[in-house]
Write a protein that binds this ligand. Structure first.
Ligand SMILES: Cc1cc2nc3c(=O)[nH]c(=O)nc-3n(C[C@H](O)[C@H](O)[C@H](O)COP(=O)(O)OP(=O)(O)OC[C@H]3O[C@@H](n4cnc5c(N)ncnc54)[C@H](O)[C@@H]3O)c2cc1C
Length: 394
């Protein structure tokens, strides 16, 4: 930790924000022998509702970076997700998923930081950036002097504003994410995990996913509504009643949707950043752009930023003189990052349109998708019937 009396701390890279992006990047750079300062106002990340589940492709990114050994003890792994579409059983997906409480995951990653990368607990009071050195002054007067500044402050605006970048809203109030615990214990739930998609465009429900975290069953529901709507108020007041009406086909096997915690509701805006091509500073993760939780691409996008910075760009930047905007621009122009950001935004818009749009084009698409799914359900039922009859025919 820095103190004002100790004089400036000189580092290669100063990272503001010890969330998913900042903590993992600090770990990788520290392990690579870089001198890193990681700054966050809180030692313990509070338990806020954020990502609670990732898939195998996102876990592969952690594996690629050698971080999976830190992540695996902090998650509940499961496979075999029962998927319901059109109110009927559709398929059992045999794919690995990994669930967690976000605060616990980030705190676990912080605890596993290499000893040479302690977290500096403090608020950034002043930031000055330039083509060679970056200077941070913390609220207690401590000074950190770095060659490169990484802003990884998530949704928070204060540091971004101090540097002078602007958040552009691409889709305001795009969706609502809701998280709550079910009363049923994991061992009593008939499903290992279950995902049930909305049935009608007018419901504005993308899907409900129920999955284990430790011994409990957790639910995330993604809807295209706003916090102020009566529907949202009603859901918060009596989630059990509304879930039983929306998804009766899975209710009984989920303990009739008895809910054991308050419903946490987060509104999500799709945003990107303008004015970020600057000397000395790079913006990553949600501090650069935000996508929708519905398609579950946020953590993947964050980890692509971390991977490309750690594996490709930061070594080049630190091994050559200066830290001017044109050098840093290579990160924003990186085809891997561009593709990841573009895809995250594309699927965020698509998931909403295919669920809610009522124009002819989208109604035709939904009809086509649902007809194909209905045929698959009928085909599976007929195969199942055939298998049951076979022994008697023999
Ligand atoms: C409700 C919800 C559900 C989601 N579900 C999913 C999902 O299922 N799958 C998925 O892949 N993604 C999901 N996401 C997205 C995912 O959670 C984010 O993309 C990811 O957590 C962003 O990580 P980050 O490191 O950029 O930001 P964060 O993890 O938010 O970290 C920001 C850090 O910056 C610190 N900070 C803030 N201000 C300052 C400051 N002034 N000075 C110093 N430090 C500061 C904070 O304390 C925090 O530690 C979801 C998001 C939400 C909101």
């Amino acid at each position: 930790m820095t103190t004002a009396a100790a004089g400036p701390t000189e580092v290669d890279v100063a990272i503001i924000g010890a969330g998913m992006a900042g903590t993992t990047l600090a770990t990788l750079l520290g392990n690579a022998g870089r001198k890193v300062a990681l700054i966050d106002p809180h030692r313990v990340h509070h338990d806020e509702f954020r990502a609670e589940k990732i898939g195998a492709d996102q876990m592969q990114l952690f594996q690629k970076l050698g971080l999976d050994k830190m992540v695996m003890p902090l998650v509940t792994s499961f496979t075999d997700v029962d998927v319901f579409r059109l109110g009927q059983f559709f398929a059992r997906e045999k794919k690995w998923e990994y669930a967690f409480s976000y605060g616990r995951l980030i705190n676990g990653l912080r605890d596993a930081l290499p000893p040479q990368v302690p977290i500096t607990i403090g608020k950034v009071a002043e930031v000055s950036t330039g083509p060679d050195r970056q200077r941070l002054v913390l609220a207690d007067g401590a000074v950190i002097d770095a060659r490169l500044l990484v802003v990884a402050t998530g949704y928070s605006e204060s540091v971004r504003r101090a540097i002078g970048v602007e958040r552009i809203e691409l889709s305001k109030a795009h969706s609502l994410s809701m998280g709550f615990d079910l009363a049923i214990a994991r061992r009593d739930c008939a499903y290992g995990a279950v995902t049930s998609y909305g049935k009608r465009a007018s419901d504005r429900v993308a899907y409900l996913t129920v999955f284990p975290i430790g011994d409990k069953m957790r639910a995330n529901m993604f809807v295209y509504r706003t916090v102020a709507e009566q529907w949202t108020r009603d859901f918060r007041a009596d989630p059990q009643k509304m879930l039983r009406e929306l998804m009766p086909e899975i209710a009984a096997r989920c303990g009739n949707f008895e809910v054991a915690s308050p419903v946490e509701v987060r509104q999500v805006n799709l945003t990107t950043t303008q004015g970020h091509r600057r000397d000395g500073v790079v913006f990553i993760g949600d501090a650069f752009n935000t996508t929708c939780p519905t398609p579950g691409v946020g953590i993947g996008r964050v980890m692509v930023d971390v991977d490309q910075l750690h594996s490709v760009h930061i070594p080049r930047w630190l091994d050559t003189p200066g830290m001017a905007a044109d050098k840093i621009g290579a990160f924003y122009d990186d085809p891997v990052k561009l593709a990841s950001d573009k895809d995250g935004m594309r699927v965020s818009f698509y998931a909403k349109q295919i669920t809610t749009e009522t124009g002819l084009e989208w109604r035709v698409r939904r009809l086509r998708n649902n007809t194909a799914r209905q045929l698959m359900i009928i085909g599976r039922k007929m195969r199942h019937l055939g298998q049951r009859r076979e022994p008697r025919m023999a």
